[in-house]
Ligand binder design. Structure first.
Ligand SMILES: Cc1cc2nc3c(=O)[nH]c(=O)nc-3n(C[C@H](O)[C@H](O)[C@H](O)COP(=O)(O)OP(=O)(O)OC[C@H]3O[C@@H](n4cnc5c(N)ncnc54)[C@H](O)[C@@H]3O)c2cc1C
Length: 314
């Protein structure tokens, strides 16, 4: 999508120092792959974000909101329109209320999930430790229901704040959010980003009072286990969702003899079969081809269709 000079000037005037054009998404994704975004913006305030949404919606310009890019695979041709990243200024964390040993901790969408976990530990609130070591932002975690075998975002969420099409915000209670495994479906009227998702501004988490030292020891154990089982190379975490019951996606891929399988610089990790890693300068096409090969072999052998957990965009 060609950005004309008037549009370019508007972005430069309103997002001075926080806008880039033709910005390679490989710089903003944990896979380290992906072609350019036409316009790449780091809004610093909610007001800037509202102005951006207003401008792009009036011009029917696609606008995609991302966090840390740790759960997306951007195609080699890149992303048309605007990509807005929440991590520049929208990352405040605070808490309120300590009634009967409970507190509500509020985190803006651009706060890092690990910062939220650390905040909870330091303030003696339990419930967040399951998310330790999950990279990415609170907004991304809310959208994909990030989690581990110890729990997921949906378990501790009290409510979220979303942006409405009229520029106002609305709080939506957890009971009105349709959460499932690594998924959130939302009904009702909210700003719809170009991918059809609501725009999440913040999350409120319901945590319990606990002892910071006990939480810290538990955290050390969880992180030790994680670091042992996961590869450190560039990836987007587990590539496929675990199928409903029985074996995990990683076990199926391992049993299919696919550990170490590679296409170009994309490889199925030897350490954790559900991780596709970029061992050097993989392209998105190579990763997608490897994904397809894994899906085909697992279907042939086990008659199970693996569904990607990673979102392919562009
Ligand atoms: C090494 C590694 C380990 C991982 N381990 C885990 C794990 O244990 N468990 C797990 O669940 N995941 C894991 N992941 C995947 C990923 O870290 C999580 O899914 C994380 O929550 C994604 O957050 P993000 O900010 O990077 O989101 P992004 O990848 O930037 O975005 C994910 C999706 O959310 C949308 N989005 C982001 N922010 C907003 C917003 N504010 N409003 C509307 N839409 C938004 C994006 O458009 C996109 O569709 C891992 C990834 C890596 C690289």
């Amino acid at each position: 999508m060609a950005i004309d000079s008037e549009t370019r000037k508007w972005f430069e005037r309103h997002f001075e120092g926080n806008v880039k054009f033709d910005e390679p998404m490989s710089r903003h994704t944990s896979f380290r792959v992906g072609g350019p975004a036409d316009v790449f913006i780091l809004p610093r305030t909610v007001e800037e974000l509202i102005m951006l949404i207003d401008y792009t919606q009036n011009r029917k310009m696609p606008c995609r909101i991302i966090g840390d890019g740790t759960n997306i695979l951007v195609k080699d041709k890149g992303i048309r329109g605007v990509v807005a990243v929440m991590t520049r200024g929208l990352k405040k964390i605070s808490h309120a209320g300590m009634e009967s040993g409970h507190a509500i901790v509020t985190a803006m969408a651009g706060a890092r999930m690990n910062a939220l976990c650390r905040y909870a530990i330091e303030n003696g609130f339990s419930g967040m430790n399951f998310a330790l070591g999950i990279p990415g932002t609170v907004g991304g975690g809310i959208m994909v229901n990030a989690g581990t075998s110890h729990g997921s975002i949906a378990d501790i969420l009290d409510s979220i704040v979303v942006l409405l099409p009229n520029g106002k915000t609305e709080t939506i209670l957890r009971k009105n959010l349709d959460y499932s495994y690594r998924n959130l479906v939302m009904n009702g009227e909210t700003v719809s980003t170009c991918q059809g998702d609501p725009l999440v501004l913040e999350g409120n988490f319901h945590l319990r009072r606990s002892d910071p030292d006990r939480l810290k020891n538990e955290a050390d154990e969880i992180l030790k286990k994680r670091n042992k089982s996961q590869p450190s190379s560039h990836s987007a975490g587990c590539f496929f969702k675990n199928p409903g019951s029985g074996k995990t996606a990683g076990e199926l891929i391992d049993l299919a003899g696919l550990k170490g399988e590679k296409i170009g610089d994309a490889r199925v990790s030897e350490k954790h079969a559900n991780f596709i890693i970029n061992t050097g300068s993989a392209t998105a096409n190579e990763i997608i081809d490897l994904m397809t090969l894994v899906q085909r072999k697992v279907l042939e052998i086990f008659n199970i269709t693996l569904e990607p957990e990673v979102k392919i965009v562009g």
